[in-house]
Design a protein around this ligand. Structure first.
Ligand SMILES: [Zn+2]
Length: 948
């Protein structure tokens, strides 16, 4: 068995063909290693090459790309801690040009220049659309010893030529089994096609090459020229195969790229290596495997020659690569734009390192109870991708650049609604923030993703998925808090604080989008904690950064005051960049006109005209563009210049006008109003089936069975015909299109200054009326359970045929009490009667909803509840009043914990109800001090008032 400490050269291959070539060039093969690190699944071959001990590893079968290469390197460095020199040896696609006569079988070596490494990373998909390549980065240089050897070998070959061909032949003679696959193909098999000739699937030899003019003619190499030739220069590395000759040529011209491959970018920054690629094709659509074997041999032969120029003591003088490496996961992360599949592989690998208990703990932070629940990823992914050319205003902003470079600190982006903040946040997360940091995000969404607890859980889940070792901080707290951990924001902040300060955390970036949609009651706590992290950070070693986006609302921005004082450059006020943003909106308009023209088959002239006119309209936002194009798409305008003119004339001038237009289309305004009121007041977004039931309940409904429900799909279309784009359905749930839609409807917001008279929907719903609508629907629905005994038994059976009339039970059970209170119902006898019907503890309706409600918020089930207690608990003034008037309610009845109706009302802080009860003679028991868990100032206050 071999001692892993004896190996100082690491050699990485991507595929089996390369692995075999590497093995063949070893002078001796050694026994397998005595031990490797516990999670290392690499396959290794050890051996001697000249005077060096070399460890060769290969990527797992079927895996490829930068992150896989990175994981192989990580494992290697853990198992072979003495590795100091890295080589990535294998095959690649050439980029021949007038400057570089690259042929199949030639070798391209990554050559550093101007202080930058010889590997160029780019993002394949984006590059093609961008029309101009944006390099993501130049990667680190290989170690000095390797660079010196490179210079040496170049001189040697120049003077004396090389013996690579001969070295390959020696191997093939020794091992004839390899001949078939690894021998040099016939010269005729090296065909370079013109860039615009794409591959004919029937075959290159018979079809693509059939027409001689398809080929680029090349002279034969003379005997004084090296064959294979060695080319030194830039190697481009991406996560996808390059197979487009036009793109290849552009990169060759603009960047002087010589070769394309898929692994090196994953290694360079932490596994300082030299990349050696034998050329097996020309990175175009005419791919074949014919040259792969020989190209792999050529690369390996060159690598051996190079290593033999390096003295072993020079290698020992290099730093151990492992010492350069800081965290276990960092290599795997040090690349940009990883394909999703590879991320999953990484996460899978990370999970394998967790114990069962840790895994359970990690899952807690998911906060989802079934696979149907929306995840934090989903909230990000539902945001649209940016249109090319947009978001640039932000990337170039000085404050952003400064923030990127600093170690820690917050950055706040505030811009008006509809300016694309969420699109920007998504783009930054997916494409622009440095992968060397653990990036954790949360997209606040009014109603269902609006609590700090959800945000912290999402952030922690991401942090622990990327840095599994940090989960210790959570498991410790889990022992203290138990499962309740995820409900305590205090504990969650503690965990986050400790985790980011852990030296193993490395840099962490937390992106919180749409702070203005965070629940108001929690926002203060959020900002206080963010602030205190930076205060404690100044002495600690945490590298924590926040990127926050919000609308420029005073109540939000004012909470930043102290941070603004401490970090004067944290704010990027988008509204001040409006000129640049407006230019980017132009890009979006051009893009959407292009698309519309294709869909509607508009002539170029009309297209130009339409674009012209749209660009001239002022005060546009992304949201406006979105609405206007929906309008244009559905409007069916006349395809003449006049038609365009009259359509332009009718375009909504503002978001509000657009909204008004949408809602006016419906022929059932009353149903629209009902649906919108429900969405407006709902405590959480309703599902389609809940909505279906809810809108179909009215004052004539007698039973669940005669609600006359449509199938869900049909209902969805109906909802669409009522509300159009104003309402959007995601993941089976009903939302407003945008936060501005809610504000458009709401009547009692302070922003309602001037109300144009022609807008009948604008500011037309008063919030407590909306609560009244929902309260009535809920209590009517729950009353069905009083009158129909069969409902409880068939509740589980019926949910079929895409109609679920029980769907509304959960929502109404949990929230009717809140809506009823918020509705401020005082004298409406009918609704009060309905509420009384479900507050009677002996009724079926009561036991149905109360079970669901109580379990959702408390642990222990209360007994001996009375209707007076229930209505006092919820603060339902009208019901309490009625009960005190008509019923011989025992105001001092206590349940098993000694709580009375008065205790519950006081606990809830419902002053009016407390007064009612005191007037009715409720006793203020002295035990309150011990019974009520926290002081009830309302009670004391109220009783003082009544007594005096
Ligand atoms: Zn072809």
């Amino acid at each position: 068995m071999s001692d892993p400490n004896n190996y100082s050269v690491g050699w990485i291959c991507a595929i089996g063909t390369e692995y075999i070539a590497a093995q063949e060039f070893l002078d001796d093969e050694h026994d397998p290693p005595e031990f490797v690190s516990p999670n290392d699944t690499n396959d290794y071959t050890l051996g001697r090459l000249g005077k060096h001990n070399v460890v060769v590893a290969v990527l797992p079968d079927g895996e490829y790309g930068t992150s896989s290469a990175a994981s192989v390197a990580t494992n290697m460095l853990h198992s072979f801690p003495n590795v100091r020199i890295g080589l990535m040896v294998g095959i690649g696609g050439g980029a021949p040009s007038e400057k570089h006569d690259i042929r199949l079988g030639d070798i391209v070596v990554s050559a550093p220049r101007d202080g930058e490494g010889g590997v160029f990373q780019y993002d394949f998909g984006k590059s093609i659309q961008d029309q101009a390549f944006q390099q993501t980065r130049f990667l680190n240089q290989p170690p000095p010893t390797l660079r010196a050897a490179l210079t040496g070998i170049q001189a040697q070959y120049k003077r004396k030529g090389h013996q690579l061909e001969a070295a390959i032949n020696v191997i093939l003679e020794k091992n004839p089994r390899l001949r078939q696959e690894y021998e040099r193909p016939q010269p005729g098999a090296d065909r370079l096609f013109k860039a615009d000739v794409t591959h004919d699937p029937r075959g290159c030899a018979a079809f693509c090459a059939n027409e001689p003019s398809n080929l680029i003619p090349r002279r034969e190499r003379t005997k004084h020229e090296d064959d294979p030739a060695i080319h030194y220069g830039l190697i481009a590395s991406a996560n996808q195969l390059m197979k487009d000759a036009l793109v290849r040529d552009r990169l060759a011209t603009e960047k002087d790229v010589l070769c394309f491959e898929m692994e090196a970018a994953g290694l360079m920054n932490h596994f300082p290596c030299l990349v050696i690629r034998g050329i097996c094709d020309y990175s175009d659509s005419h791919k074949n495997k014919e040259w792969q074997g020989y190209a792999a041999m050529a690369a390996a032969a060159y690598a051996k020659d190079l290593l033999c120029r390096i003295l072993p003591n020079r290698v020992e003088a290099e730093k151990k690569i492992g010492e350069v490496l800081s965290g276990l996961q960092e290599i795997a992360e040090e690349h940009l734009d990883v394909a999703q599949r590879q991320l999953e592989i990484q996460e899978h690998a990370a999970k394998q390192k967790l114990s069962d208990k840790q895994e359970q703990c990690l899952q807690l932070f998911r906060l989802t109870s079934s696979s149907k629940d929306a995840t934090y990823e989903w909230y990000k992914d539902r945001v649209e991708d940016r249109v090319d050319g947009t978001c640039e205003w932000f990337l170039n902003h000085e404050n952003f650049q400064t923030w990127l470079e600093q170690d820690s600190g917050p950055l706040l982006v505030s811009a008006d609604p509809g300016c694309g903040k969420s699109v920007l946040a998504k783009y930054l997360i997916d494409n622009r923030l440095p992968r060397s940091a653990a990036i954790c995000y949360f997209f606040f969404k009014d109603q269902d993703q609006n609590t700090v607890r959800q945000a912290l859980c999402a952030v922690l889940h991401q942090l622990f998925s990327r840095k599994p070792s940090l989960i210790e901080h959570a498991t410790e707290q889990l022992c203290i808090d138990g499962q309740g951990l995820i409900n305590s924001t205090k504990s969650l902040w503690t965990i986050l604080g400790n985790a980011v300060q852990d030296p193993q955390a490395g840099p962490v970036i937390i992106v919180l989008d749409a702070l203005d949609e965070c629940a108001e009651s929690e926002f203060e706590d959020l900002m206080r904690n963010v602030e205190s992290q930076f205060r404690s950070n100044q002495s600690g070693h945490g590298k924590l950064k926040y990127l926050l986006t919000s609308r420029p609302y005073e109540q939000v921005v004012s909470k930043f005051r102290r941070l603004l004082d401490a970090f004067p450059r944290i704010r990027i006020p988008g509204e001040e960049e409006s000129e640049i943003i407006s230019q980017e909106v132009n890009r979006v308009i051009q893009y959407r006109v292009e698309r519309l023209a294709r869909e509607k088959e508009l002539s170029d002239q009309l297209k130009g005209h339409l674009e012209d006119r749209l660009l001239k309209i002022t005060h546009r936002t992304y949201l406006w563009v979105y609405l206007v194009f929906d309008y244009l798409k559905t409007e069916g305008f006349k395809k003449t210049p006049k038609g365009v003119e009259s359509t332009i004339a009718t375009l909504p001038k503002s978001i509000n006008q657009a909204y008004e237009r949408i809602l006016n289309k419906s022929k059932e305004p009353e149903m629209v109003r009902k649906a919108l009121s429900i969405i407006l007041a709902a405590r959480r977004p309703l599902t389609l089936s809940e909505m279906n039931v809810a809108v179909n309940i009215d004052s004539t409904s007698q039973s669940i069975h005669n609600l006359d429900l449509e199938e869900e799909g049909d209902f969805k279309s109906r909802l669409r015909s009522w509300c159009g784009l104003f309402v959007s359905i995601h993941h089976g749930k009903v939302y407003f299109l945008h936060q501005t839609a809610r504000e458009f409807l709401l009547a009692d917001l302070p922003s309602s200054t001037t109300i144009p008279t022609e807008l009948q929907w604008h500011h037309s719903i008063i919030i407590h009326h909306a609560h009244t609508v929902l309260a009535e629907l809920c209590v009517r629905y729950l009353n069905f359970f009083n009158s129909d005994a069969s409902l409880l038994t068939d509740a589980t059976l019926e949910a079929s045929h895409h109609i679920d009339s029980h769907a509304f039970l959960d929502y109404s059970a949990k929230f009717w009490g809140i809506h009823f209170r918020e509705a401020r119902i005082r004298n409406d006898a009918a609704t009060v009667n309905l509420a009384l019907g479900i507050c009677d503890p002996d009724s079926r309706g009561y036991s149905t909803w109360f079970n669901i409600y109580w379990k959702s918020i408390h642990w222990e089930f209360p007994e001996h509840f009375t209707n007076l207690m229930i209505s006092s608990y919820f603060g339902h003034e009208a019901v309490v009043k009625r009960l005190l008037e008509t019923d011989k309610a025992d105001v001092d009845w206590k349940n098993e914990d000694g709580w009375t109706a008065l205790s519950w009302a006081a606990e809830g802080g419902y002053e009016a109800v407390v007064k009612l009860l005191l007037r009715a003679g409720a006793k203020v028991h002295y035990e309150y001090k011990t019974i009520v868990s926290k002081p009830a100032p309302t009670l004391i206050h109220a009783s003082v008032k009544v007594d005096s």
